[in-house]
Design a protein around this ligand. Sequence first.
Ligand code: HEM
Length: 194
Amino acid sequence: MTVDPNAATQGFPSPPPDHHRPSAARYLVPALVAAAVAVALGVYGKVHDPAGTAFNLAGFSSTGAVKSWLATVAIFFALVQFTSALMMYGKLPGPSWSSTLHRWSGRAAFLVAVPVAVHCLYALGYQTYETRVFWHSLLGCFFFGAFSAKMLLLRSERLPHWLLPIVGGLVFAALTIIWLTSALWFFRTFGVTT
Ligand code: HEM
């Protein structure tokens, strides 16, 4: 006797595709990419010999000053990001162009932060000689991982409404602590100079 494997469902309409429950891959791929980016940066920062290379810009007294001011510009744009996100979610009154403001302030913050982080990674490396420096290095790597996850999640549809605010909040919190443990420390140690 042969058994028809579809016998149980024959005559019944097939269940509708479930559009409301995103598949695990929607979360897994961004999470894995985030971990891979963060770990790869950390391993690179740890294993290579920090070059210690310095650079300067006309009008600035040192590499640290250039980096601290660039990091401060990044934090400024990150604050615009945070405020425009609250507007987009209706938590603050805002203009119709708050999502454009959110997108462009994010691009600006990232563009300004990248050269600073490249110098940190290449010239200074992943360091742990002080609690402050440990957290700075760790969150510096975490930031780029979380940022990659956020960019990938933006491409996904039908995510739970709380996911993007959480991941965006983590990116913002990481950048804030990165700034507190580097630029703020620099300004308090050497004065607010250019
Ligand atoms: C968004 C990313 C980052 C920003 C905005 C940032 C910003 C800064 C700034 C402004 C300084 C102070 C200036 C200086 O000493 O050169 C600094 C120092 C430093 N950064 Fe970063 N950084 C980032 C990521 C990283 C990463 C990924 C690492 C390593 C894995 C790292 C490691 C260091 C180290 C070791 C120092 C010297 C700390 C000290 O002795 O004071 N940073 N960073």
